[in-house]
Design a protein around this ligand. Structure first.
Ligand code: PLP
Length: 365
């Protein structure tokens, strides 16, 4: 036996590595990135700020100033704090580890964000996926039944959901929060909050078991890796013990603080993306054999419904035209022939639309 076989868990060895395709030379519309960069003036100013940081020192692990700025600028209700993660991926992992008692379970609707199941597995929790309805809305009766049957320690609800893009019914989510009660936490994952128009953040005071999780990734700062979550103080205190003490590096800390001072720039970019989302949705919906799902995020789910053409074929044809989207068709039966496309700049969206049209029309490149 080799050393890997001797020491690495069998379930880890059988995992496939998280696939990140090489996108150089492509219009990259697969990862919900904000297409806009910082204005040149802000780039220079940020460079000066970062240049004088004490890189020889550890960060101060309370991150008090950054947390205060996040609470102040990003709508965390008075009396609530946040803890920070190296992306919300790390926060998901922290919640999983903190709740990983023997026999503990994780519940989430599927199709959903893949890291919920992945993180559950790595922390030794059982994952239970409850299919969405055919129209991709939350199957609230099935979710309530699953809560009663399994008493999950953690229930995830992405608001809006990835990869479907829709906001679940807020009253249905409230019913779930009540049914879970003090037997578990409900994580409302608001990764797409800048594009969503609704949030559970103001509802924190209503529920002791509610965690609201967010990230700055989709807002335009995916590269700095910063997520934050808020919940009642007793919960946050426990999660903070699991957090690696220096998990936010000084460059990220300073960049986030700087960007919060200039949040109007990111807000304007998000607003432009929302306008483009509506334009792109309408343009795609006008194409024969393309069904577009409503989106409250910076991406759009579409279904190819042509007898002679599969979603996978359209994905390949888009690749030939140097456009990279995400083929989610094999992720779940409910997503058959579906593709997910990130909303980008007017020019990249136009390139995508032209590529989609020619892919549908069987024209060769
Ligand atoms: C992108 C995404 C995240 C991960 O965000 P990071 O902060 O970049 O780790 C979390 N949840 C959902 C639903 C996402 O789509």
């Amino acid at each position: 036996m080799s050393v890997t076989e001797n020491i690495i868990r069998a379930d880890v060895r059988s995992l496939a590595a998280y696939p990140v395709p090489d996108a150089s030379g492509f219009v990259k519309l697969d990862a919900m990135e904000n297409p806009y960069t910082l204005p040149a003036g802000l780039q220079d100013e940020l460079g000066k700020r970062l240049g004088v940081l004490a890189l020889n020192r550890y960060p101060v692990p309370t991150y008090a100033a950054l947390k205060a700025a996040i609470c102040d600028k990003l709508g965390v209700p008075a009396g609530f704090g946040v803890i920070l993660g190296n992306g919300s991926d790390e926060l998901i992992s922290i919640v999983s580890i903190a709740c990983a008692k023997a026999g503990a379970k994780v519940l989430a609707p599927v199709p959903g964000f893949v890291m919920y199941a992945m993180s559950a597995q790595l922390a030794g929790l059982e994952f239970i996926g409850v299919p969405l309805c055919a129209d991709l809305s939350l199957d609230v009766d099935a979710m309530l039944a699953a809560v009663r049957a399994h008493r999950p320690a953690i229930t995830y609800l992405a608001y809006p959901n990835n990869p479907t893009g829709n906001l679940f019914d807020a009253d249905a989510m409230r019913a779930l929060l009540r049914e879970v009660g003090d037997s578990g936490v409900v994580v409302v994952d608001e990764a797409y909050q800048p594009f969503a128009g609704d949030s559970f953040m103001p509802r924190l005071a209503e529920f002791d078991n509610l965690i609201v999780m967010r990230t700055v990734s989709k807002l335009g700062l995916a590269g700095i890796r910063l997520g934050y979550m808020s919940a009642a103080a007793p919960l946050l205190k426990e999660f903070d013990k699991v957090r690696p003490p220096y998990n936010i590096n000084v460059l990220t800390e300073a960049t986030a603080a700087f960007m919060l001072e200039h949040s109007d720039v990111l807000d304007a970019q998000a607003a432009a993306i929302c306008v483009e989302r509506e334009r792109l949705s309408a343009a795609m919906a006008a194409l024969p054999g393309v069904a577009v799902f409503p989106s409250a995020a910076n991406f759009i789910l579409l279904r190819i419904s042509r007898p002679e053409l599969t979603g996978a074929q359209v994905f390949e044809r888009l690749l030939e035209r140097r456009v990279l989207v995400k083929n989610v068709g094999r992720m779940h039966a409910l997503l058959e022939n579906c593709l997910r496309v990130t909303v980008s700049t007017p020019s990249e969206n136009a390139q995508f639309l032209a590529a989609l049209e020619s892919s549908l029309n069987f024209r060769t490149v």
